[in-house]
Write a protein that binds this ligand. Structure first.
Ligand SMILES: [Zn+2]
Length: 192
């Protein structure tokens, strides 16, 4: 977590631009990522982005009942990991690096056995927070929840929703997933 005393001034060097991308509140100059405003340094080690959280804007904690959107990063037999990138209804959320987990029993209202048929790495998923501490547990039960942007497992292309099926325009392959009724909702995806 960030330290209150650890105040960054505009122009301060935050990182080498060879190692990190310049995120919000920063700019790149002379091989360095520098602060563009007063605030605290936030490093996203997953995406390798360094940014500045404006002073006085504490990170919003994820709470039970929140609806979040995130990218599926890891799929296992019984669970999928999601890198949470937005909390719905929270404008300009300043999120710490947040990982959530969807257990196979929380994907659908009914019992399922093959998690990989419902969500896969690369999918953007809308989910509700069941538990916030000590780990974030999510559910995609309900019509509005599930994949809002799907990725083809063969070519990584974006899947298009047609007749309640997700189809890859490149491979002409159909993917069965846990599709949200809000599939393709651009507001959700832009908000991250
Ligand atoms: Zn494809």
């Amino acid at each position: 977590m960030t330290d209150r005393d650890d105040l960054i001034l505009p122009g301060d060097v935050l990182a080498s631009s060879e190692e990190y991308l310049a995120g919000e509140g920063t700019y790149e100059e002379g091989g360095h990522v520098r602060a563009a405003c007063l605030g605290q340094k936030v490093v996203d080690e997953v995406d390798r982005v360094v940014s500045i959280a404006p002073r006085g804007v504490p990170p919003r904690r994820i709470m039970v009942g929140d609806v979040v959107v995130g990218l599926v990063t890891v799929l296992k037999n019984q669970l999928a990991n999601l890198r949470i990138s937005a909390i719905e209804g929270v404008s300009r959320p300043y999120l710490p690096e947040s990982l959530g987990t969807i257990h196979i029993s929380n994907v659908e209202d009914h019992f399922i056995t093959d998690l990989g048929r419902y969500i896969r790495p690369g999918d953007m998923v809308r989910a509700r927070v069941l538990q916030a501490e000590p780990t974030i547990q999510l559910t995609t039960r309900g019509d509005d929840m599930g994949v809002v942007k799907g990725r083809c497992g063969y070519c990584n292309g974006d899947l298009a929703l047609r007749d309640e099926e997700l189809r890859c325009p490149n491979c002409q392959v159909t993917w069965q997933k846990k599709v949200s009724r809000l599939y393709g909702n651009t507001n959700l995806l832009e908000d991250r």
